[in-house]
Design a protein around this ligand. Structure first.
Ligand code: SF4
Length: 135
């Protein structure tokens, strides 16, 4: 089995335990940066993520949520099913970006250096005062 197939299988397995309760969406600090989430039902947003993991179609607002994920993992502690939601979001993002042998549903970044720059910036360990001045 290829790695992509293994990830797709594991994502679908995790999706089986998801009830689409929406608690992860409500706990997410990035929802204000995802178009349409403020007006959307959290259960429907979560259902789109679950559908994507199952290989089905996701709504536009669910894709926006997946695209806005910054891996804060605030979703994990909110999940009543004790699922690793951050990992589910990672798998959903991979599927949405065509990394699991599908058609990309979200824009794919072409700048391969952005991740290293973000990590480098995060490791600067800015104080709250510096963040207030710089960000
Ligand atoms: S909190 Fe857990 S069970 Fe509820 S929608 Fe999110 S992943 Fe699914």
């Amino acid at each position: 089995m290829s790695l992509a197939a293994r990830i797709a299988t594991e994502g679908a397995r995790m999706a089986e335990a998801c009830t689409a309760c929406g608690a992860c969406v409500q706990a997410c600090p990035m929802t204000s940066f995802a178009t349409g989430i403020a007006e959307a039902d959290p259960t429907e947003v979560a259902a789109g993520m679950r559908a994507l993991l199952r290989g089905a179609e996701a709504s536009r607002v669910s894709l926006a949520w997946i695209g806005a994920c910054t891996r804060s993992a605030a979703c994990n502690s909110a999940c009543p099913e004790k699922l690793d939601v951050a990992l589910m979001m990672r798998f959903a993002s991979m599927r949405a970006r065509g990394a699991l042998d599908g058609v990309p549903l979200l824009p794919v970044k072409t700048d391969s250096g952005w991740s290293a720059r973000v990590k480098g910036f995060a490791r600067l360990g800015l104080t709250e005062q510096e963040q207030a001045e710089w960000l």
